[in-house]
Design a protein around this ligand. Structure first.
Ligand SMILES: Nc1ncnc2c1ncn2[C@@H]1O[C@H](COP(=O)(O)OP(=O)(O)O)[C@@H](O)[C@H]1O
Ligand SMILES: [Mg+2]
Length: 323
């Protein structure tokens, strides 16, 4: 088990930089998520760390060892992709045994390790099925078992839950986090889903156009984003003008609505019922800009579309955002 360190890692295709001078340190046992839109360079970074691709410049360290020039098979990394990439002609057990065979682990020991790994992802009993006889969630569990069975130094997961429907994805997020924690394996997970990043990570690295925008704990990135891109990528962002001409971020759940009382007069343009929450689009009087978005638990008074309300927020809930 090991930490990961990137120093000034750049990957160019011609003049285009898919990864641009990226620094990152993931500590032993930590789960860091690389979050960014499609094409921001997430897979590029993982493939550089895995050794499937070579950086144009910069160095990559795993467990303190410079692996920049080491081939993939010398890096002892567990990999999981969005497409499960299971061997279709092999059984579940044979799929999980495969990396142990490559590593020349004896039959009895391999069998024990593979069965342990399958138990860990709650697939014991399904050893003799083929991938086509499993659900998407079960297939991804096999892929996870196969990635951890040889006790990798680090685990790299590229949108591992991306192909699953929402409910299953949320269940597997919890399982994945528990598995990662129980193994204590240093993990980098790639996603474009901000909720997934916020809920799973010890820290989030936000990436845009190959460049690091921020590396921070989820709450910090959400409430104190380093710039406007991070503010908007990590959720709904309302921007409020400041006296010095700058702008401040206020998140929807920090906005207070009342039918009378202190604040700015506004009209409810849209009230959207979301189950646990109601989301309000509010048009503030005299401010023609785009509506402010507020979110409130669906317990207190619910305001109707067209209703006049008062809107306020605490100064402490404002975060000045850099351009
Ligand atoms: N082999 C390649 N040749 C040229 N451009 C590439 C290559 N691989 C990736 N890219 C480009 O690098 C950028 C980042 O790609 P990628 O890392 O796959 O993004 P992400 O995983 O965040 O969606 C994209 O613009 C992509 O088109
Ligand atoms: Mg990708």
């Amino acid at each position: 088990m090991s930490e990961i360190r990137l120093e000034g890692v750049t990957k160019r295709y011609g003049t285009f930089a898919a990864a641009d001078n990226v620094d990152l340190a993931v500590t032993q046992g930590e789960l860091v998520t690389i979050l960014g839109p499609s094409g921001s360079g997430k897979t590029t970074l993982l493939s550089l760390i895995a050794g499937l691709n070579k950086p144009t410049s910069g160095r990559i360290f795993i467990g303190g060892r410079d692996v920049t020039d080491a081939p993939a098979q010398e890096r002892n990394i567990g990999l999981v992709f969005q497409s499960y990439a299971l061997f279709p002609h092999m059984t579940v057990l044979e799929n999980v045994l495969f990396p142990l065979g490559v590593r020349k682990i004896g039959r009895a020991e391999a069998d024990r390790l593979a069965r342990d790994a399958l138990k860990l992802v709650r697939l014991d009993g399904l050893e003799n099925r083929r991938p086509s006889q499993l659900s998407g969630g079960q297939q991804q569990r096999v892929a996870l078992a196969r990635a951890v069975v040889f006790k990798p130094d680090i685990l790299l997961l590229d949108e591992p839950l991306g192909a699953l429907d929402r409910k299953l994805r949320e269940e597997l997020q919890v399982e994945l986090k528990q598995l990662q924690r129980s193994l204590g394996v240093t993990t980098l997970l790639v996603t474009h889903d901000q909720e997934e990043a916020l809920s799973l990570s010890d820290r989030i690295m936000v990436l845009d156009k190959g460049r690091t925008q921020q590396v921070a704990a989820p709450t910090e990135a959400y409430l104190k984003p380093a710039n406007r891109f991070v503010a908007e990528f990590l959720g709904i962002a309302n921007f409020v003008g400041l006296p010095d001409g700058g702008q401040a971020l206020v998140r929807p759940e920090r906005i207070k609505i009342s039918s009378s009382g202190a604040g700015k007069p506004a009209r409810v343009v849209e009230a959207i019922y979301l189950g646990q929450m109601v989301r309000y689009h509010l048009s503030l009087d005299g401010e023609g800009a785009k509506p402010m978005v507020a979110a409130a638990p669906f317990v207190g008074p619910a305001y109707a579309t067209g209703e006049r309300v008062m809107v306020s927020w605490d100064a402490a809930d404002l975060w000045p955002v850099a351009k």
